[in-house]
Design a protein around this ligand. Sequence first.
Ligand SMILES: CC(C)(COP(=O)(O)OP(=O)(O)OC[C@H]1O[C@@H](n2cnc3c(N)ncnc32)[C@H](O)[C@@H]1OP(=O)(O)O)[C@@H](O)C(=O)NCCC(=O)NCCS
Length: 181
Amino acid sequence: MEIKIINALPEHVRQIREISESLKFNQEKPKCEALITVLREREYTERTRLSKYFYVAVEGQIVLGFLMAFDDKTYEELLRRGLFHHEEIVPFLNNNEKPFVYWESFGVANNKQRAGVGKALINRLLEDGINDDKKIIHAMIRHEPYKNNASINFTKQFGFQYSGIDVPSEEYTHGIYQKTL
Ligand SMILES: CC(C)(COP(=O)(O)OP(=O)(O)OC[C@H]1O[C@@H](n2cnc3c(N)ncnc32)[C@H](O)[C@@H]1OP(=O)(O)O)[C@@H](O)C(=O)NCCC(=O)NCCS
């Protein structure tokens, strides 16, 4: 069956959460390629409603992976409504040139990785960002305690560069990566 990249809808949220849970960083079994944040159902659902830069890769009804991003207007709305939790990057985003896109999360189901699903998702984000005249995409990638090298390798291939800025939170430090569109 054909794999399609489409906008994420509320009906995809359950599967997006399941994939995120399965990829979650586990302190007891630390793995470099892992997600830190799994949001609550309502937080994903609101992002599907507010953002046109939140995509899923689907094969029929099955979600294989997702890429969740939003522009500065959606960021401000989420912040205002207490639905944005990465406080450590707020000062950085608030002082940034607009219009930007913030790439918040990204994951492909374990048994579907290394098959080009992530590549199809990022290509869609880049295409839409360019068509909509966005200036820049910002992303945070974990540097400490375990550097997410898979993600760094991935984003570099699509033209993202390390900004030289690290943002620490209580348990982790993330580096900010950027791509000018
Ligand atoms: C990062 C992730 C989304 C990539 O998705 P994917 O569908 O496997 O990626 P693709 O198959 O499109 O890979 C494209 C290229 O990225 C690079 N890449 C992908 N996974 C990699 C890995 N584990 N290690 C090193 N490079 C990797 C490779 O260069 C790959 O090309 P190749 O397979 O021809 O060598 C996926 O590995 C994932 O879900 N990881 C766990 C969650 C995570 O870390 N999310 C990001 C948090 S910042």
